[in-house]
Each structure stands twice: as structure tokens, then as C-alpha cells.
Ligand binder design. Structure first.
Ligand code: COA
Length: 286
């Protein structure tokens, strides 16, 4: 098992689920440059770790994150443009490029405060579940800046424009139930049930073929910005790509289990994964 030792983040792997917690609880998990560098290094390691099937992004000590560290990320880097640029690149890369394109499913588990820049990792994850009493706030307007990096864009992309404008312009806090109502998270649950709800979702995701899941999440994300003809083309090519890379040979396995074995109904449940089915077939063919 790989050894993930960091100072500003904490990684625990439990039954295929990597819980990645920002770990500066005394600062409500505000994100310093050092934390960004560690996240930027850890995510690709988790992506290629065979023991990790799903990644959960969260925060230690009862809070998700209070956003960028106003002292260490903003004030201290004002006079150091080189370091500022490096830190901003790492911050944007892990919170957006890496999470958005992550090849395994990602879930944001939100409790306590989720403020400002923390919306990037919240919305970079494929799914999000919040505690009913979590506190979300696009606080930027309250201290004279815009929801920057990509926060304005990803919030506007995720929820209806009325909600995006309302919360960005007023900076008013809202709870987990409201976050679920406006589509900022998938659901909210009482705090006590948060981790079980996340584990339940992760387990359901793990019952699917990883290759098909990866292609499906990419397809849903990327088609949003394509026109119909680009989408036809992209989806057809992606469909072919699954057949090449799918260790479960999902298409044939699924058809066989439905048509011949009559062992499941795709409308309600996944077929039984046969890990390495395609590899075994290739070996037989040789
Ligand atoms: N940057 C740097 N330090 C932060 C921080 C941030 N974003 N958010 C919290 N902290 C620090 C506080 O300065 C304080 O440090 P100290 O103990 O050395 O004084 C510590 O974390 C605890 O914060 P505190 O305000 O006392 O806790 P709280 O539970 O009463 O309130 C918040 C928590 C998140 C509501 C409040 O700290 C806050 O509004 N923070 C700013 C959040 C923000 O606007 N982020 C946007 C950045 S893009």
C-alpha cells in the first residue's frame, strides 16, 4: 500500500475509497500554497494507485474549507509574483484540471464551512453530498474581490443563473439543504449520516465497470460545450474507445447476462463484474 505522508493534507484509504482531507483545522482548512502543492502531487498518485477506486475530497476537523488562505495565499504573495504564479497554477490545476478530468469517480463530502475558493474543488468533483447544517458562502463580494480563478464560471455552470447571481452578489451563507435545492450538491443529510451516505454512493459507483464509468463521466461533462454534430462524433469515438480499454468487456458481458443467463435487469442494477474478462479472452485466443 502506497504511503501518503503530507503536512497539510491527510489521506486515508478504506476499502478502495481514498478520503482526502485538507488538514489545517486550526485555520478552518484555508488553502495555503503548501497545501496546494501537496494536493497537486497527491492526486495523480491516487489516480494511478490500484488500491483506490473512488476519491472523496473533504476537510479535517469538521470543516470542508474556508477557501484560499487570505494571509498565506493572498497577502504574503503580493510582493512575490513568481511564487504567486506557481501557487496559483498548482491551486487551479488540482482543484480544476485534475479533479474535473480525474479518471476515477470523485465525491465532495461537505461539512462545516465551504467558502470562496473551496467551491472549485466542490464543483470539480463529480458528485457532492453535504451535511444539512453545512455553511456555504461565496464570500468574495464581502471583501472586495470577485469569485476568481474559475469560481464564477463553475458556479454559473452548475446552478441556474438566478441562484448563481443571488449568492455571488449577496455573499449570503446558505446551508446544505439549500445547496441541494439549487443543485450545488446532489443531496444533503444529517451530519451523522454524512460519511455513511458518501460510502454508500462510493460503493454503488464501484459496482460499475471503471472504464465505462470513466467514459460516461467524461461524455456527460464534455458534451455540455459541444454542438449536436460534435457530440454525435465524440460519443461514437468514445464508445469505440471503451471497447478497447474495458477490462470487464462490459458490453458483451452485460448482453450475455441479460439475454442468455437472465441474471439481471440493466434498468435497475449493474451486471456482475468479471474483472479481467477481456484479458482472459485474449489469452485464450492465443
Ligand atoms: N484565510 C486565512 N485564515 C483563515 C481563513 C482564511 N480564508 N479562514 C479562517 N482563517 C483563520 C482565522 O484567521 C483564525 O486564525 P487565528 O486562530 O490565527 O486567529 C482561524 O482560521 C479560525 O477562524 P475564525 O474566524 O476564528 O473561526 P470561525 O469558526 O469563527 O469562523 C469562518 C470561520 C470561515 C466563518 C471565518 O473564519 C471566515 O469568514 N473566514 C474567511 C473565509 C473567506 O472569506 N474565504 C474566502 C477566501 S477565497
Amino acid at each position: 500500500m502506497a504511503d501518503y505522508k503530507y503536512e497539510n493534507i491527510k489521506i486515508d484509504i478504506e476499502d478502495g475509497i481514498a478520503f482526502v482531507a485538507l488538514n489545517r483545522p486550526e485555520k478552518r482548512n484555508a488553502m495555503s500554497p503548501a497545501l496546494h502543492y501537496e494536493m497537486d502531487e497527491a492526486l495523480p498518485r491516487l489516480e494511478f494507485d490500484p488500491n483506490v477506486k473512488v476519491v472523496v475530497i473533504t476537510g479535517a476537523g469538521g470543516n470542508f474549507s474556508a477557501g484560499q488562505d487570505l494571509q498565506k495565499f493572498f497577502r504574503e504573495l503580493e510582493k512575490n509574483p513568481l511564487e504567486r504564479s506557481k501557487a496559483a497554477s498548482a491551486a487551479n490545476r488540482w482543484r480544476w484540471e485534475r479533479l474535473y478530468n480525474f479518471s476515477k469517480p470523485t465525491i465532495a463530502m461537505v461539512h462545516g464551512y465551504c467558502v470562496g475558493g473551496a467551491f472549485m474543488q466542490l464543483l470539480g468533483c463529480d458528485f457532492a453530498i453535504a451535511a444539512d447544517n453545512a455553511t456555504f458562502s461565496l464570500s468574495e463580494v464581502n471583501w472586495g474581490i470577485l469569485p476568481g480563478a474559475l469560481v464564477s464560471k463553475v458556479v454559473a455552470d452548475m446552478v441556474l443563473p438566478r441562484h448563481a447571481l443571488y449568492y455571488a452578489c449577496l455573499g449570503e451563507p446558505f446551508n446544505g439543504k439549500e445547496a441541494a435545492r439549487i443543485g450545488m450538491v446532489n443531496s444533503s443529510v444529517p451530519l451523522k449520516k454524512l460519511k455513511p451516505a458518501v460510502i454508500n454512493l462510493a460503493k454503488r459507483l464501484m459496482s460499475k465497470s471503471p472504464a465505462v464509468l470513466k467514459a460516461t463521466k467524461q461524455a456527460v461533462r464534455h458534451c455540455r460545450t459541444m454542438d449536436f454534430y460534435q457530440s454525435y462524433d465524440y460519443l461514437a469515438a468514445k464508445g469505440q474507445a471503451i471497447k478497447v480499454g474495458d477490462a470487464e468487456d462490459s458490453y458483451n458481458t452485460g448482453l450475455k447476462q441479460f439475454l442468455e443467463e437472465k441474471s439481471y435487469k440493466p434498468t435497475f442494477q449493474p451486471f456482475k463484474l468479471k474483472r479481467g474478462a477481456a484479458t482472459q479472452r485474449k489469452k485464450k485466443a492465443k
